[in-house]
Ligand binder design. Structure first.
Ligand SMILES: NC(=O)c1ccc[n+]([C@@H]2O[C@H](COP(=O)([O-])OP(=O)(O)OC[C@H]3O[C@@H](n4cnc5c(N)ncnc54)[C@H](OP(=O)(O)O)[C@@H]3O)[C@@H](O)[C@H]2O)c1
Length: 290
């Protein structure tokens, strides 16, 4: 396949681009904080000095950026994607953003003759390292088909969901459910301890029943030990709750559980926990239930 551009080498972008390199793809990478490119260069990537330079060089460019503000800035600001996108080039934004942001980007790219695909992912740092993401793509169908060899490396399954915005919405629904589950799980762990029970026993019991799931299994033991090394930063989970609640507003869907979970994540951010893993929301519940 042609050389691929990759913009944004955070937790996810780094893991995904390393995986592409491991599978023989040629990559040109860019990150706002340039030093984050070093490890990729050691593994064979080339550096592009700006998003525009990457787009100029590559037929396909993937972005994995933190939030709507970052996704917009990389496209619209000086040295951005729009300066070089043109007919025959594809831009694939895999960041988690809202449908409105994605549509704005799509309109700008297509007005210059380029092709656009949104493709947010379900799955975290480890699935990204292992090529086990679930890809929720929407937008230009031909671009989806052209980029499938890369998606096949990055993910265990890709969905094509139709028009731009559908991928963003599906991703927000998934993360809204996940954020609510994390809060219920955390309350259960705190209640277990405060009731004089062993939280490890709760984990064992949960794992054998109908609500067993990989998230409880993976995060439970570290939460019991108050260890929150970031796989999915809490500030991004709170961003997803906020964007999902806005989608609920738009569609008049009451979401009292998600709204409460959002408040807990906001509280965690106010406690300075935003850069820790999203499971650190556990600390806010511990604090309020003592
Ligand atoms: N981590 C997960 O488990 C996970 C799972 C699924 C989806 N996601 C989504 O994937 C996206 C990336 O997540 P992540 O965990 O990799 O986040 P991260 O580690 O915080 O990385 C964020 C990336 O965005 C860049 N960035 C932030 N603001 C920018 C700006 N204004 N202009 C240009 N670049 C900017 C950062 O550059 P610097 O290095 O310069 O700060 C970094 O490359 C988010 O939308 C997140 O919601 C994450």
């Amino acid at each position: 396949m042609e050389e691929i551009g990759f913009l944004g080498l955070g937790i996810m972008g780094k893991a995904m681009s390393m995986n592409l390199l491991r599978h023989g793809f040629k990559l040109t990478v860019w990150n706002r904080t340039l030093s984050r490119c070093d490890e990729l260069v050691e593994h064979g990537a080339t550096i592009g000095e700006s998003p525009a330079a990457v787009i100029k060089k590559c037929k396909y460019t993937i972005a994995m950026l933190s939030d709507p503000a970052a996704a917009l800035s990389v496209v619209f600001e000086e040295g951005g994607v729009l300066e070089q996108i043109c007919a025959g080039k594809g831009y694939i934004d895999m960041s988690t953003v809202d449908a409105e942001t994605s549509s704005k980007i799509s309109e700008a790219i297509t007005s210059k003759g380029g092709n656009f695909l949104e493709a947010p992912v379900s799955g975290s740092k480890k699935p990204a390292e292992d090529g086990q993401l679930v890809i929720l793509a929407a937008g230009e169908k031909a671009l989806y088909e052209e980029i499938l060899p890369a998606f096949d490396v990055l993910g265990k399954k890709s969905f094509y969901l139709g028009q731009v915005g559908n991928g963003a919405k599906m991703k927000l629904v998934v993360n809204m459910i996940m954020g609510s589950m994390m809060n219920a799980f955390s309350e259960g762990l705190v209640l277990t301890e405060k009731s004089g029970l062993n939280p490890q026993t709760l984990l064992d019991v949960l794992d054998l029943g109908a609500i067993a799931n990989p998230m409880f299994k993976m995060k439970g033991p570290s939460m019991v030990q108050s260890s929150y090394s970031p796989a999915f930063p809490l500030k991004h989970q709170q961003k997803d709750m906020r964007l999902a609640l806005a989608l609920g507003d738009e569609n008049s869907v009451p979401m009292p559980v998600a709204a409460a979970a959002n408040e807990a994540f906001k509280k965690a951010r106010s406690m300075g926990l935003g850069d820790l893993d999203f499971s650190a929301v556990h600390e806010t519940l511990k604090a309020t239930k003592s």
